[in-house]
Design a protein around this ligand. Structure first.
Ligand SMILES: [Zn+2]
Length: 322
């Protein structure tokens, strides 16, 4: 864990003052919540974190039939019970995708890029929702990527081969780059995984020399610090913004469906490449989120995918804003 502890302590000390700030009205306050947010449109939700603005941008959803093996270490019956306890259908999973815009210190930053033209027909809405939020794709200074799974990077380049955020500097975790761009790793991957190596090659191949690779723990854009969150993929990385005594952390794929994997943090989704490391990372981040009263986001959390973590029994709940 390389995040500067001093800054977290400072963030924690500011919470009492933060909760008294008159943020946009109209949202039920969560217990202990400081900021509240505003729904701009169906797929756009905006919250303040100190002097930074965080905007959730829906990319849509993917629906998949629930099958044995989605959770590697729980039976189908246990998974169905957890879904039923949460009031969700037990025969299928609806998995949302949400990217984020951070406006901080005069810069506009996109975190993760959605499915673009390469996902389910019910996804690929990032650019439309950016426009609904008033953000032209050409207006971005930086794009930060959490990891190289296709649902997070395919939106960077369209089918015609054009970069969707042509003026942005693209920042990626170095260990993620090293793993996925290695031809040796692709050659030795099982056949079922080879396709996953194609997305980063398509997206980054033509601009390999311009992509900025950072070591997780570094400050990567104005006021945004990266945090290693390895396990889901070898270089999976979270991003934190601290401003005005508040902290927001984008936890990316620290957990898939919240009602399964935040609720049962020891369960492993089939997409976690190193399930044990992902489990330890998930537990560490969930505990930190509570101890330091983070506002958190997850790429697959229920929209607006901004909320807080609360402890419940041996697990946790994700409590979305709005
Ligand atoms: Zn994902």
């Amino acid at each position: 864990m390389s995040f500067p502890r001093r800054q977290f302590l400072r963030a924690g000390l500011g919470l009492t003052a933060a909760s008294a700030l008159p943020f946009a009205a109209g949202c039920a306050a969560l217990p202990g919540a400081g900021p509240s947010g505003t729904r701009v449109s169906e797929g756009v939700y905006r919250a303040r974190v100190g002097s930074a603005t965080i905007t959730a941008i829906a990319d849509g959803v993917a629906v998949r039939p629930l099958a044995d093996g989605f959770v590697r270490n729980a039976s189908l019956a246990q998974v169905q019970q957890a879904l039923s306890d949460a009031g969700l259908p037990t025969d299928k999973l609806t998995i949302p995708f949400t990217a984020f815009v951070v406006e901080n210190e005069g810069k506009r930053i996109l975190i993760d890029a959605g499915n673009g033209e390469f996902g389910a027909p019910t996804s690929g809405q990032v650019v439309n929702n950016l426009k609904a939020a008033g953000f032209a794709p050409e207006s971005f200074d930086h794009v930060l990527i959490s990891h190289f799974h296709g649902d997070h990077i395919n939106g960077l380049r369209n089918k015609a081969g054009q970069l969707v955020y042509p003026k942005a500097r693209i920042h990626v975790p170095a260990p993620e780059w090293d793993f996925w761009m290695s031809d040796a790793n692709m050659a030795k991957a099982p056949d079922a995984m080879k396709g996953a190596f194609q997305a980063p090659r398509r997206v980054f191949g033509p601009i390999a020399g311009q992509v900025e690779r950072f070591k997780p723990g570094a400050e990567v854009a104005p006021g945004i610090v990266s945090m290693d969150a390895f396990g889901h993929t070898p270089g999976h990385t979270a991003y934190a913004v601290m401003s005005g005594g508040q902290t927001w952390v984008f936890l990316a794929d620290f957990a898939n469906v919240a009602q399964l994997f935040v609720r049962n943090p020891d369960w492993a989704v089939m997409f976690d490449m190193n399930a044990e490391m992902a489990r330890q990372t998930r537990r560490r981040l969930l505990e930190q989120a509570i101890a330091q009263d983070w506002l958190v986001s997850g790429y697959h959390m229920p929209f607006p995918a901004i909320g807080r973590i609360a402890r419940r029994g041996a697990g946790y709940d994700f409590l979305p804003m709005g």
